[in-house]
Write a protein that binds this ligand. Structure first.
Ligand code: AMP
Length: 442
């Protein structure tokens, strides 16, 4: 099916064409008709599936071509100063990206949009809001600031989007979201997107959505297809040297590297940079300017590595990122899914490589449970681990999402320390292999 068959207006089709897109992705195909029809929607879709356009396109259509007979001419629209669409997102980066999508797809509609988020001055946001906007993209904290200062009027909101709802829970925004929702008109359309259907997400869905259409484009808790997974076993104190070795040996470029802590991300980025691998760290302690610059440099290919924490990396949209490296495994297994959502986007293949030390076995086991498969593990000659015994480390911050299970012997398929298998060389696209996520062990 082509975009032209979805009933979108000429100005939207023109913008879509300018992006070079002809075929809607599965989430777009399923979600757009429901949203155009005015229904509430609950969508299980990871980042990378084209979910942003799946809600932005029909929202733009409904604003410019309302169903109830009103015309959407710019002259009439000029009377609107309060936003008619509110998109709530967990991070500033995602806010900036959603705004970018709104502007790209809405380039020929004359609609006005704004993103408000913390870390930057509030006054320019207030001034833009005063001139009138149609679509407001916001992180919860900054939106509450605006509500407190009465610089935003949410009384005209017709459509609410909760994007990456699961991450908003992880980041503790649920109370803020409820406070914001109280300020919205009762009659409105509600759209909720989430990468996972954690219990709390379901709860919010029940509270907010009315008779929602359900769209599910990936199996529950399954990572994007086309991403291959690999583990290299290594001692913690050898990880930096191994990473440097991998960069040098394979000529890697544009690798997103995940660390658990801000301090760890800083230290690793510094070490890589000093060793000739151009790198920057991306985490919540960096100023918005530093984050924007690091991301722009990374996208432009000026940096070989972007070393990020989970929260900072949420919502990053980098076209055809070939590789994600987990320098450390996340404590929360769902974060693994979010991390690898950075690669293998919109049909491109990608590789998720995890450097796993003996004290991360619990985390690895929880991730494999979530994936419902074991990940092939190997050791790299010259970096054979000295420590092989599991030393469970209590998960920091949040209890593990899955209860530890009785110990099970790991088969030779998962661990082949006797037969080292170095990772695939850079540039080689991960080809569908027997451990491909589409062929999960049941
Ligand atoms: P998202 O899941 O919204 O983060 O989108 C992932 C990426 O897919 C973005 O870079 C989009 O520009 C791109 N994209 C969205 N829709 C399409 C489409 N129909 N065809 C090709 N790429 C798309």
């Amino acid at each position: 099916m082509q975009f032209t068959e979805l009933g979108l207006s000429a100005e939207l089709l023109r913008a879509i064409g300018e992006q070079g897109y002809t075929t809607p992705t599965p989430v777009q195909l399923q979600a757009i008709p429901h949203i155009l029809a005015g229904r509430d929607l609950e969508a299980l879709a990871q980042t990378g599936t084209g979910k942003t356009a799946a809600f932005v396109l029909p929202i733009l259509q409904r604003l410019t071509h309302p169903l109830n007979g009103q015309t959407g001419s710019p002259l009439q629209r000029i009377n609107h100063t309060a936003p008619r669409v509110l998109v709530l997102v967990p991070t500033r980066e995602l806010a900036a990206q959603v705004l970018e999508s709104v502007r790209v797809y809405g380039a020929h509609t004359g609609l006005r949009s704004l993103a408000v988020y913390g870390g930057v001055g509030i006054n320019p946001q207030i001034q833009t809001m005063r001139r009138g906007i149609d679509i407001l993209v916001a992180t919860p904290g900054r939106l509450l600031d605006h509500l407190g200062q009465r610089t935003v009027d949410l009384s005209k909101v017709q459509t609410l989007v909760l994007d990456e709802a699961d991450r908003m829970f992880d980041m503790g925004f649920i109370r803020d979201i409820r406070r914001i929702i109280e300020r919205l008109p009762r009659e409105r359309q509600n759209l909720m997107f989430s990468a996972t259907f954690a219990a709390e997400v379901r709860e919010l869905a029940h509270a907010v959505l009315r008779n929602p259409a359900l769209v599910e484009v990936a199996p529950r808790n399954a990572p994007a297809d086309l991403v291959s997974h690999a583990v290299i076993r290594v001692d913690q104190d050898q990880k930096r040297d191994m990473l440097l070795h991998l960069f040098a040996a394979h000529g890697w470029h544009q690798v997103l590297v995940f660390c658990r802590t801000k301090h760890g991300a800083d230290a690793l980025a510094k070490r890589l940079d000093q060793s000739g691998v151009r790198s920057a760290a991306l985490h919540g302690n960096k100023s918005q300017n530093a984050r924007t610059r690091a991301l722009a440099d990374f996208k432009a290919g000026k940096l070989a590595a972007l070393v990020a924490t989970d929260i900072a990396a949420r919502g990053l949209d980098i076209d055809s990122l070939p590789r994600v490296v987990n320098f450390e495994l996340p404590n929360v297994p769902e974060d693994y899914i979010h991390r690898i959502g950075r690669t293998g986007r919109a049909g491109a293949s990608g590789e998720a490589l995890s450097l796993v030390s003996s004290d991360e076995r619990i985390q690895l086991r929880d991730i494999e449970r979530l994936l419902k498969r074991e990940i092939d593990a190997s050791v790299l000659p010259g970096f054979e681990p000295r420590h092989t015994h599991a030393v469970p480390r209590p998960a920091a911050g949040r209890p593990p999402a899955h209860k530890p299970a009785p110990a099970r012997g790991r088969s030779g398929t998962a661990e082949r320390s006797g037969a080292p298998r170095p990772p695939r060389p850079a540039g080689g696209r991960a080809k569908p292999a027997s451990h491909h996520s589409g062929q999960r062990h049941r």
